[in-house]
Design a protein around this ligand. Structure first.
Ligand code: BDR
Ligand code: CA
Length: 323
């Protein structure tokens, strides 16, 4: 449900440079109303991602509450942070990040999510751009939230469209591999999930000229993102041979607000939670039955992004961030 053109959102995030871009995108998009931010381990330890979320909200002038979430996946140890991608501080090794003056909400993230969904039944879109542990814990604590959420939009996974593989293993995307059990719980729950994986986000490349547009036209926040992106852009330059980055988390944010930018494919989704292919995401075609397809029996259809109007999305993201 929307009030007029407004989309009410909860952002579950592990900031993270591209998470910071998604946060500012939501703050500046005229149709978005951010009700809260929940944090999770992922790009950095949860102490760091929580500090970053508080810091970014303060820096961007966002007054939504921030609740700290999971430090570990549902099963087993953490696979560790990604300083090579997001820097030791999760924000590109910024020289100066003053301690946030705001404190986190006293509730753990999964309880905060349950409370927010219960407070506005049918109205809230849950946008998750990190490992899915908090969402899985919220489902375990209160399974009835599946009927209360408006929509769940996830950045994660890689479905092999056009040969698209993973970014942390040949088959696994980082957010899903960080907690494959949680991802499987979220994708198989009876609530409407839209999954924006690498099949879409690897088609949206933001070059350094676009970052320069943010620096020069996006006010103090745009200049901050330009500074924070130097390490991230450098990582991609090393890995891809071109300066820029894939627009992961802001693409999912755009999907939450403007889903028509994406081509979505329906069908149940499962996650491989052990072995060589751990973290792989697989969608069974909707309605298809297989002799050995029991793992999909009774699993609800979800929507997977199989294509994106990349130029229009990039234009939307850069225009919104630079406005
Ligand atoms: C995802 O992993 C993280 O590094 C990014 O923030 C994004 O959410 C991309 O695989
Ligand atoms: Ca992220």
């Amino acid at each position: 449900m929307t009030a007029g053109a407004t989309t009410f959102l909860l952002l579950d995030t592990d900031p993270g440079v591209d998470d910071a871009m998604a946060l500012l995108f939501l703050h500046r998009h005229p149709a978005a109303r951010l009700l809260g931010v929940t944090t999770v381990f992922g790009n950095a330890e949860v102490e760091v991602t929580t500090r970053n979320a508080l810091y970014l909200c303060e820096r961007f002038g966002i007054d939504a509450p921030v609740a700290r979430g999971a430090a570990l996946p549902l099963v087993g140890p953490s696979r560790g942070p990604a300083p090579q991608v997001h820097g030791d501080d999760g924000l590109g090794n910024l020289a100066e990040t003053p301690a946030p003056t705001r404190a986190a909400d006293p509730r753990p993230a999964h309880r905060f999510i349950v409370d927010m969904l219960r407070a506005r039944p049918g109205a809230v879109t849950l946008l998750a751009v990190g490992p899915l542990t908090n969402l899985a814990l919220a489902l375990a604590e209160d399974p009835a939230i599946t009927a209360l959420v408006r929509r769940v939009v996830v950045m994660g996974g890689a479905f092999g469209i056009g040969g698209q593989g993973g970014n942390v293993s040949p088959v696994a995307e980082a957010n899903v591999l960080c907690d494959p059990h949680a991802a499987d719980a979220v994708f198989t729950a009876p609530w409407p999930v839209t999954i924006v994986g690498l099949d879409a986000t690897h088609r949206v490349w933001m070059d350094d000229a676009a970052f320069a547009r943010l620096r020069d036209g996006g006010g103090a926040e745009g200049a901050f993102l330009w500074q924070a992106s130097r390490h991230y852009v450098g990582f991609h330059a090393g890995a891809e041979g071109r300066a820029g980055c894939y627009v992961h988390d802001a693409s999912a944010a755009a999907c939450a607000l403007e889903p028509a930018l994406f081509t979505l494919r329906r069908g149940p989704v499962r996650v491989v939670d052990q072995g060589l292919a751990i973290g792989q995401t697989i969608q069974r075609p909707a309605g298809r039955r297989y002799v050995h397809g029991q793992a999909w029996d009774g699993v609800p259809d979800q929507q997977v992004a199989v294509d994106v109007r990349a130029d229009a999305l990039l234009d939307l993201v850069v225009r919104t961030l630079a406005r």
